[in-house]
Ligand binder design. Structure first.
Ligand SMILES: Nc1ncnc2c1ncn2[C@@H]1O[C@H](COP(=O)(O)OP(=O)(O)OP(=O)(O)O)[C@@H](O)[C@H]1O
Length: 260
């Protein structure tokens, strides 16, 4: 499987992150292309989630730089990165149980609202118009992911699979160019996994770059155009799924991690 678009959207250049004396991520360089489904894999503690945290600004890099759409975004805060087009879901869905499905997605869309708080006070009509636009956008996103029938349901009442899909819909509210999915298939049954795989393929086909951290190797091998393997915070291997799966150093890293 190859990606036709070779436009590099995100580039990590010698990126590192230390926590005290621990080098969680060290000298990582990688490129993620528009329209690509790119998997970041590796044994437990390899530095995958930390890498996500660096890309979306939750944690500052210790060394190196991050380039997005040709711009150096190193050190940008989360909200600025979100506005620039980087969205993310978490290992455990981070939803407010009391919010309804439509409110949840609207909250994600709000990030893009153009009015600051002071201007909003003097711009009631424009604000109403903007809120209607956000409602329309959220409804469209829910239709897109197939949750439109659950719009008024509280997040707390959703099945685990629906919560995962809702988190993805909320992330789409910022109209991202790059979507980071942290173990989006974890805990899903095979039907739900297939469903979310189809959604991800659709997003990529529309030009979105998908970077996913995933432990389910069938999912990774089936979905990905490119795989980067981390081990002890460093890039161990990179390439097509079948290339990395047969790479002796990758096999050894995984076997080593099982023996620990
Ligand atoms: N906030 C933190 N403070 C100190 N150490 C941390 C912190 N976050 C991560 N680490 C350490 O950094 C290393 C990489 O952790 P990380 O969570 O990025 O790995 P991972 O590949 O995502 O693992 P898993 O597959 O188990 O989720 C680990 O040794 C972890 O204990």
């Amino acid at each position: 499987m190859t990606v036709s678009t070779e436009l590099v959207l995100l580039e990590l250049v010698n990126v590192g992150k230390s926590f005290g004396g621990l080098r969680a991520v060290h000298n990582v360089s990688m490129q993620v292309s528009a329209g690509a489904i790119h998997a970041l894999i590796g044994p437990n503690g390899a530095g995958k989630t930390t890498t996500f945290n660096l890309i979306n600004g939750i944690a500052p890099v210790s060394t190196g730089k991050i380039i997005f759409q040709g711009k150096d975004i190193t050190g940008w805060p989360v909200h600025k990165l979100a506005a620039a087009g980087i969205a993310r879901t978490f290992q455990t869905p981070q939803l407010f149980d009391e919010m309804t499905v439509i409110e949840t997605v609207m909250a994600g869309c709000h990030l893009r609202g153009r009015l600051g708080p002071l201007r909003s006070m003097f711009a009631f009509r424009r604000k109403r118009h903007e809120e209607q636009a956000i409602l329309d956008q959220a409804s469209n996103l829910l239709r897109r992911v197939g949750l439109e029938g659950l719009m008024d349901e509280k997040a707390a009442n959703l099945s685990y699979g629906h919560r995962r899909v809702l988190e993805v819909a909320r992330a789409l509210g910022t109209n991202p160019k790059l979507l980071l999915l942290d173990e989006v298939a974890a805990g899903l049954n095979p039907t739900e996994t297939q469903y979310i795989a189809t959604l991800i393929r659709q997003f990529a086909a529309e030009g979105m770059a998908i970077l996913l951290v995933e432990h389910d190797m069938h999912f990774v091998m089936d979905m990905s155009h490119k795989v980067t393997v981390l081990n002890f915070g460093e890039v161990l291997a990179e390439g097509l799924p079948n290339e990395v799966a047969s790479d002796p150093s990758v096999i050894e890293a995984y076997i080593g991690s099982w023996e620990d």
